[in-house]
Design a protein around this ligand. Structure first.
Ligand code: GLC
Ligand code: CA
Length: 534
């Protein structure tokens, strides 16, 4: 397979699967999913038809933020397995045509990382400048107004050395100082270490972060509202989103392209402006993929979704590959957020995700329509979100064990073992085993979708063109396909030219809701062959 000749890459038109390792499958009865559990699930993922797997953090960590507080970038978390297990996982995945991406956290380390322990030992310690230290403001108190992820000051006072250190997340997650050249060198080595082991790429945590304003200027007030406007009333203009960060990705891209096949850099680019998002692709010399959060947070409505997609495609540089996703371990699951648990809407969302041009990232459980799980306060495990109001404020709701079967443990762990987070009620039909048996299940539908996608849209970024449709309908041409979606609860005339229907959200029993060829039922979507122009 010559992947470089025409500039095409395996991830273009591919489906990636975000697998939250701790909640996938527990093979040693400690209540936590592990790498052996991931290996045990590879056949399932190959059967489902994904191309690559992004593993949630696998490196050693005190788990104040479940692996996003790294204490060793070159190791494997002992609770998840060993380096030999990870090597085996990469090899077993490869044998099934699946690539493995790891999660890389370059914005901050754990306070238990040896770099920070050294940095905190004295003002002239060797690693002092690996982190962001500052004196108190002239009148005393924190150096500026920056806030952390809990809404409190992002500065922690360090009594022994008489300075503050910066943490944009928990105080056990000190921010790295990217103005320090040695930090760049450390991460170059980290990248090469994992690429040499056969890792296909990284999902880069807080990819819009890294550099901080050298003058530590105050963040300005947020102008809008909602998750994309900023944090706690501030726009993180100086604490994040610095232009220098692009230089890091140009550097890493060269390293990634030095491998055969080239390695993938997929950024968690948490920015609200699609022009700024486009900037992370550079001139095809920075990230190859950048997550699209305006799409994630758009309402599940025809006009808004098609607008984000249209603007994204207009802003991205020519040849760049967009990424579509709707669930993750922070924002929750789309079957709840977008669809309120309505299975018709879940199928429709999957159909859209699978036919948009570019790369699609599914979150574990999306394929069975898994919804958020209510986690009572006393069982919550996420320190960052534990105290947020309401049950849906906690990030734990989207991190619960994968329901493999209808047994009490859901097949996640041995009977009698308490899983680290409570499994949702594994009602009949809401688990993998039941859905594999049922030809009309969401899982079987999703599998058919991914097969159709691979055959029709795989291997590149399909040309996209909007097809005129009435209010509440969204229709587009993707490659040789016509996609028509009714995002309302009323039947509607089917937009677009007639053409052979290849797949409909309303198969099997749901088909009774279906109208004729010219009518879409409520929340129905179809994929048809786009008629050849004669
Ligand atoms: C990213 C991760 C999130 C984590 C944070 C700090 O947003 O997705 O889970 O808490 O970064 O690393
Ligand atoms: Ca385990």
């Amino acid at each position: 397979m010559n992947e470089s000749a025409d500039g095409r890459r395996w991830w273009q038109g591919a489906v990636l699967y975000q697998l939250y390792v701790r909640s996938w499958r527990d093979t040693n009865g400690d209540g936590y999913g592990d790498l052996d559990g991931v290996i045990a699930g590879l056949d399932y993922l190959a059967w489902l038809g994904v191309d690559g797997i992004w593993l949630s953090p696998t490196m050693p960590s005190p788990d104040q933020d479940w692996g996003y507080d790294v204490s060793d970038y070159l190791g494997v978390h002992p609770e998840l397995g060993t380096m030999a297990d990870l090597d085996r996982l990469i090899a077993e995945a490869r044998a099934r045509g699946l690539r493995i991406l790891l999660d890389l956290v370059p914005n901050h380390t754990s306070s238990a990382h040896p770099w920070f322990i050294d940095a905190a030992s004295s003002r002239d310690a060797r690693h002092r400048d690996y982190y962001v230290w500052a004196d108190p403001a002239p009148g005393g108190g924190p150096p500026n107004n920056w806030l952390d992820a809990t809404g409190h000051t992002a500065w922690a006072w360090h009594q022994p050395t008489g300075q503050y250190y910066l943490h944009l997340f928990l105080d056990s997650q000190p921010d790295l100082n990217w103005h320090e050249p040695a930090v760049h060198e450390e991460f170059r080595e980290i990248l090469r270490f994992w690429f040499d082991r056969g890792v296909a790429g990284f999902r880069i945590d807080v990819a819009h972060g890294l550099y901080k304003d050298a003058e530590l200027r105050d963040d300005p007030p947020a102008t809008g509202s909602g998750p994309m406007a900023g944090r706690f009333g501030q726009r993180p203009e100086f604490s994040q989103n610095r232009p220098e960060t692009h230089g890091v990705y140009r550097d890493w891209r060269k390293i990634a392209e030095g491998y055969q096949p080239p390695r993938l850099l997929l950024g968690e680019t948490w920015v609200g402006d699609l022009g700024r998002l486009a900037g992370f692709y550079g001139h095809d010399d920075e990230l190859q993929l950048a997550f699209n959060f305006p799409f994630v947070f758009a309402p599940f409505a025809a006009r808004e979704l098609s607008e984000v997609v249209g603007t994204t495609l207009a802003r991205l540089p020519a040849g760049a590959c967009p990424v579509w996703t709707a669930s993750n371990h922070d924002v929750g699951r789309f079957p709840t957020r977008w669809c309120g648990g309505d299975e018709r809407q879940v199928r429709l969302a999957l159909l859209l995700l699978a036919t948009l041009p570019g790369t699609t990232v599914l979150y574990y459980g999306d394929e069975i329509g898994m919804t958020d799980v209510m986690v009572p306060p006393e069982l919550r495990r996420d320190a960052m979100s534990r105290d947020r109001g309401g049950w849906n404020g906690t990030r734990d709701r989207a991190r619960t064990p994968m329901p493999w079967d209808a047994s009490r443990s859901g097949g996640f762990t041995a009977e009698g073992v308490t899983p680290w987070l409570p499994p949702g009620a594994a009602a009949a039909g809401r688990n993998v085993a039941d859905q594999r048996r049922d030809p009309d299940s969401v899982l079987r539908f999703c599998r058919r979708l991914l097969a159709l996608r691979r055959a029709e849209l795989g291997g590149g970024v399909a040309p996209y063109e909007i097809v005129p449709a009435a209010e509440g309908q969204w229709a587009y041409r993707a490659g040789g396909l016509l996609v028509a979606a009714n995002l309302t609860d009323q039947p509607a005339a089917r937009p677009g030219p007639p053409g052979e229907v290849l797949l409909s959200t309303a198969g099997g029993e749901l088909a009774t809701e279906l109208g004729t060829d010219q009518v879409l039922g409520p929340w129905q979507g179809i994929i048809a062959r786009y008629p050849a122009v004669t």
